[in-house]
Write a protein that binds this ligand. Structure first.
Ligand code: BJ8
Length: 430
């Protein structure tokens, strides 16, 4: 058997707290065994994603370090509004930095209030406690003015890491689009400065196709879950979409397409990791950043199938493609501007497209119910839940609203609520 590579010298070079990092890896490994490896009848092609997860802090970081040695730059971000095509077109590497674990929170709370969204505390805690090699490998991180918690946290982040913040409009009128285009152009200039390269139409066109190909593969995975029973569990599909933020885009696309080949065959033969006739659930709301698997595990342990995620680590993040028709740089930038402005984050007002998308997804996936997931203290999604609930109730779709953080303290209580919801959906079936 090949000897496992020792990455500790690399982690030391990156300035990680090795003791804390060991704890994080142990927590990740234990959680993964319990939540993922214990599943029956998983698609074989998930083996690749097992490997990517196992090497997320090892081989992938080494690849990034090697790329940096060759002169490439690594640019981190926290939001799907950051146009990664521009990074890629400048030969940079884009990585997602949102974090989904409780470890590091204590450190974060030395800087941030306790009653703040766990996603923000987690990414700040990961950096402050020296737990995240992705943060350390980044040449610059890109923030954005979405929710108040994030934009104020970036002011603190600036003191410890080179940070650039894109301004996002709050509405989607003509003047907001003009502001957004200016911001995309400013972002382009920042990336050109960091990478030392100049954006060309040819390179941007290639990058648009590369990222679109990845989105097409994710859409194919989405579509494969429409069958009943679904050929893949919701937690596995979530894992794949979480990996999209870390893996090399071309390799990832290829692996997702291989997975989809297998899923399409499984669907024909009715092969599924779940039970035939299990209630079908759509999860809608806040993104679940790696390794936030708490709610999907609870839902699927209750005997329901998660068939879609209306989330940024889900179809909100890859639903729309960039128009590939542009020829000049300006046309391509316009196409990027338009595509990114279609994203229906609850930080926008009004945001009725999202409500419509939840309804469409619930119809298309023949959902027996929708679970609305908000991270505690996430005001935009917590408030918007009411509009989503009202729209679903008009169509008679059962709705469950969950607010939770990354701690395990409420698992029992959540399990009880989700069990009752699943039983209610089963009773409507029979
Ligand atoms: S486009 S959802 S990735 S901002 S959960 S930090 S909103 S308080 S993550 Fe997001 Fe971009 Fe919107 Fe998507 Fe704030 Fe809410 Fe926390 Fe959030």
């Amino acid at each position: 058997m090949a000897k496992k590579q020792d990455y500790r010298p690399m982690w030391t070079e990156l300035g990680l707290d090795l003791e804390g990092h060991d704890k994080l890896l142990k927590m990740l490994g234990d959680g993964y065994s319990e939540i993922y490896l214990s599943q029956q009848n998983r698609p074989e092609a998930m083996e690749y994603f097992n490997f990517v997860l196992s090497e997320a802090h090892g081989l992938r970081i080494k690849e990034l370090m090697d790329a940096k040695d060759e002169g490439r730059k690594v640019i981190g971000s926290f939001c799907v509004y950051v146009p990664e095509e521009i990074i890629l077109a400048l030969d940079g590497i884009s990585v997602g930095l949102c974090a989904g674990a409780e470890i590091g929170m204590e450190k974060a709370e030395e800087y941030l209030p306790r009653n703040l969204c766990a996603l923000i505390k987690s990414f700040m805690g990961f950096e402050l406690a020296g737990l995240c090699p992705y943060f350390r490998v980044c040449d610059i991180v890109i923030g954005e003015t979405t929710c108040d918690g994030k934009k104020k946290a970036y002011e603190l982040l600036e003191d410890i890491k080179e940070t650039y913040v894109m301004e996002l409009p709050q509405k989607k009128q003509e003047e907001d689009r003009a502001l957004w285009k200016t911001e995309v152009l400013k972002f382009m200039e920042v990336c050109e400065k960091v990478t030392g390269k100049t954006l060309t139409a040819e390179k941007l066109g290639e990058a648009i196709r590369t990222v679109n190909d990845r989105r097409r593969a994710q859409l194919r995975l989405r579509d494969a879950r429409r069958t009943s029973p679904p050929p893949i569990s919701g937690r596995d599909a979530l894992l794949v979409n979480q990996m999209a933020f870390y893996d090399d885009p071309v390799r990832f696309t290829d692996s997702v397409n291989k997975l989809c080949d297998e899923l399409e065959t499984r669907a024909e033969g009715n092969v599924s990791p779940g039970d035939n006739g299990a209630p079908r659930v759509v999860i809608s709301g806040c993104p679940m950043a790696l390794p936030n698997w708490k709610l999907p595990f609870i839902v699927e342990s209750s005997g329901a199938d998660i068939v879609a995620e209306e989330s940024c680590v889900g179809e909100r993040g890859f639903r729309a493609l960039v128009d590939e028709g542009g020829e000049t740089l300006d046309e391509m930038i316009d196409n990027l501007v338009d595509r990114y402005l279609t994203i229906d984050c609850a930080c926008f007002t009004p945001n009725l497209e999202r409500v419509e998308h939840v309804l469409e997804t619930s119809r298309e996936f023949d959902a027996d119910g929708v679970i609305h997931y908000a991270i505690s203290f996430c005001t935009p999604y917590m408030v918007e839940a009411k509009k989503v609930e009202d729209a679903l109730s008009k169509e008679g779709v059962p709705f469950l609203k969950i607010e939770t953080d990354y701690s395990q303290g409420d698992v029992g209580q959540l399990q009880t609520r989700v069990d009752a919801f699943v039983e209610m959906m089963k009773a409507r079936h029979s």
